[in-house]
Design a protein around this ligand. Structure first.
Ligand code: SF4
Length: 333
């Protein structure tokens, strides 16, 4: 399928405008993501309708804790990614060089979501930006059928892509790694600038897309306190203290196999820093049963959503308000 958002150059090359790489691609070549190819001066998406992975997930698994808690979402992915993270949990599909996957066109994705009683579709597991045309057409059709759409993204998108999908995109989980430390992104993800991620967040905010943020704390090079403080300040200044923030525990995988797991005590220290900085909703991820999985009312401190892992155990809300003190919670129901 012909790609969206690219320019044809006089030389026969094309310039893709989908993500922060903004690749110039010569005839016969592919972009960094390996799933967009210049065929005789036309940029083609090679993964349209090719679902490599699909499953029903609790929306909490994305993670989205403040967006339709307890809902189920139909999750899909294609192969490919615009990052090269050494520690990728889904490396077998994100770094797959062959274009493989089951044929599942947008209408079938929506049909499957409805059949499985899901109220949303999530574009996830790999980076949705690189299968943008597939995600866009699916999201548009899903919206017409009354379903919600969410992206789980590394945020390295272009503002043009966000602008285009925004009429159909309800929520996004934007995943940071190593607290957005530029050196960490360069050495462990192959990314030379983190600025496009922050630009994306601002564009999502402008488009009123509901945002939750994760930060994967990788022990060693990815657990610096200074970059973390900087990230906290940026989020507070630009998105506000009501932004849900998930601190994710790292488990070794891929080229990082055999390395240390993030200790819960370190995550708790980071939790405290965010809390002291003024964040109202901070969570520990990949730590089932931990007390910081629950949502507490920022005003009275009582528990308004009780969770265990990805399961919602109890909700103490009256509409969007705390059932105990009436404080309005930043939540979409
Ligand atoms: S999506 Fe990003 S990585 Fe892929 S071709 Fe376009 S600009 Fe390059």
């Amino acid at each position: 399928m012909e790609a969206f958002l690219y320019d044809k150059l006089e030389s026969g090359a094309v310039k893709c405008r989908l993500c922060g790489w903004r690749c110039t691609i010569q005839p016969g070549k592919r972009g960094v993501c390996n799933v967009r190819e210049n065929r005789n001066g036309t940029l083609e998406s090679l993964v349209y309708g090719r679902a490599i992975s699909y499953a029903v997930d609790p929306i909490e698994k994305k993670p989205l804790y403040h967006f339709h808690p307890g809902a189920f979402t139909f999750s899909i992915a294609t192969v490919g990614c615009n990052f090269r993270c050494n520690f990728c949990d889904n490396w077998s599909i994100s770094q797959e060089r062959q274009i493989v996957g089951d044929l599942m066109l947008p209408e079938e994705v929506v049909f499957n979501a409805q059949r499985m009683k899901c109220s949303a579709i999530s574009y996830t597991y790999t980076e949705p930006t690189i299968f943008f045309e597939y995600a866009y057409d699916t999201a548009k059709f899903a919206r017409s059928e009354g379903l919600l759409n969410t992206f789980v993204t590394n945020g390295f998108m272009s503002p043009e892509a966000i602008d285009m999908v925004s009429p159909y995109l309800d929520a996004a989980t934007v995943d940071f790694k190593g607290s957005a430390d530029p050196a960490f992104y360069k050495n462990f993800c192959g990314i030379t600038s983190v600025e496009p991620i922050f630009d994306s967040l601002l564009e999502m905010k402008r488009k009123k897309i509901f945002i939750e943020i994760t930060n994967l704390i990788v022990p060693g090079e990815g657990d610096g306190k200074e970059p973390y403080k900087k990230l906290l300040n940026w989020i507070l200044d630009n998105l506000g203290p009501d932004t849900p923030l998930h601190l994710l525990r790292f488990f070794s995988s891929y080229r990082y196999e055999g390395t240390e797991t993030t200790q819960p005590s370190l995550l708790e220290e980071y939790w405290q820093m965010a809390s002291d900085a003024g964040f109202h909703y901070v969570y520990l991820g990949n730590a089932p049963g931990h007390k910081y999985e629950n949502t507490r009312c920022p005003s009275c401190g009582k528990m308004v959503i009780e969770r265990f892992g990805f399961e919602v155990a109890k909700i103490h809300l009256t509409g969007k308000r705390c059932a105990f003190c009436g404080h309005e919670i930043n939540i979409i129901l």
